[in-house]
Design a protein around this ligand. Sequence first.
Ligand SMILES: [Zn+2]
Length: 524
Amino acid sequence: MKRKFSLTHSMVAGIIITAICIVFVFSTSSCQKSDTFAGFPTVEVRLNGKAIQTEVPAIDVKGHIMIPRELIEEILGVSIQEINDSSTDPSADVSIDLSALEELQKELASAQEQLSKYALQATSEGLMPIPSKPVKLDCPYVLLSLGVSPNCSFVDKFGKGGLLGGSMTFIYDNMPKYIDSVRGRDSILVYDVDHEVGFDILKKAPASINQIIPFTPEELSQYAPPYIWFRLDTWGRQRGIAVVGGTEDVQGDIAALANLVASGKVPIDRPVTPQVDAYAMAAKPLDPSAIPEQPTVVSSEHFEVVTHHSCVDDGPIMLKWAEETMDKLVPVFPDALETVPYVSISVTVPSGKLQYGTAFAHTASNPPKITFIAPSLAAKENPYYDKDWYIGNIAHEFMHCLYEKYSLAATGKSVSNRDVPMWFNEGVGEYARLIVLGESRFDAKQAEQYNPAIQKIIDEGLSSVDAYSGGAWALRYMNSEYGHDKIVSLMKSKEFSFSDAMKKELGVTLTEFEKGLKEWLKKR
Ligand SMILES: [Zn+2]
């Protein structure tokens, strides 16, 4: 293409070389002065560090290095043409053919683009630069998902401006009460992806807390835990999520993430993961095939079963087993399904602390949540984890949920906030296992574990054995000596203190009860 310039001859070369230098500066190439005599320098023209012409004679006019026109044409393959208007005016118009130069510019631009891509790739694979404005926490509001202890490192390290959670559903249910104080300060959600079974639960977040947890399940599932990610909300508050799970030491991972924040190496807007030396590394992108798929949900009137994508066939089986369990339990606890109308069962894969034989209930979730390892995987590991094991444990965990509701209704307090002995809490669970399995199947499953406790209880008392064995025998005795209705009235007692409840409902003190238990066990 042609461009018209209204310049003097001698200026043309100066302008062009300035243009070239600009291009070269941006492209990391250079046009370097190699040798300077007073007023008569020679220059070396380089492209991408490679000299294309050395010893090019030039002149220095007030700091402008100028190369004769013919040399520029020769070196760069451009043609500079004068427009002949027969003028002898020294400021005659000239036109310059810049097409070759523009080709060169295009090549340089694409090289530049390539370079910046490499630079981006380098930071996404390697150490993160220390951010100029790192995340800084001072008494943040700490939110906890399922499976994260309230004594987590974020509380230890930064103090707590507030603490809320135990599960995402608990956070959702209770956030309205605390939303103003959470909004008023920075916040960090510590999220255990195993216990919450993926990120799907975040889709159920009420709109009011979108600003508090400004991340989507899709973007969170792209990275391998542990990692931490912060964003700023509309008011400039730091909103973070620390994602853990799938590793051996989740507690240690939480501590490492908290240390990373404390060390001032966590940027805003990029997920980072700790390295052994507490350097901030860019969080590793998973390859697309490794992005966890969403769990499958099957449900009935009283249960939903949320199943890990790798064992979807286990979902309907667990649902059927849960229904069978209730078929056995409801005749004995007729108000069970009115009291606990809906339970969410998580069926997941072993990872970290979730191992075969895992069964636990989060009674404070709404709906209550029970977590198991997929039965098909557990059975392969050990045939002990068969249908009876699962049915017995569904009954046991359901009982924790039921007792929690009874306790809240009668005393306004959670079982865990009262002086209920561990043996009674686990005992009602084992009592439910006995109900759904019947004595012979119960004994086939549990005798090996529970029979050694008999002599120990006789000799040293209930507190000398674990709560499960002790509770199993104590409740069996309670049922045979006092009857099922007394067990229910003890669970529903309005007496806040357990020993008062026992005196009122069973007519005995704890010591008298234990004495009776020992006598009963001796006769077995
Ligand atoms: Zn239990």
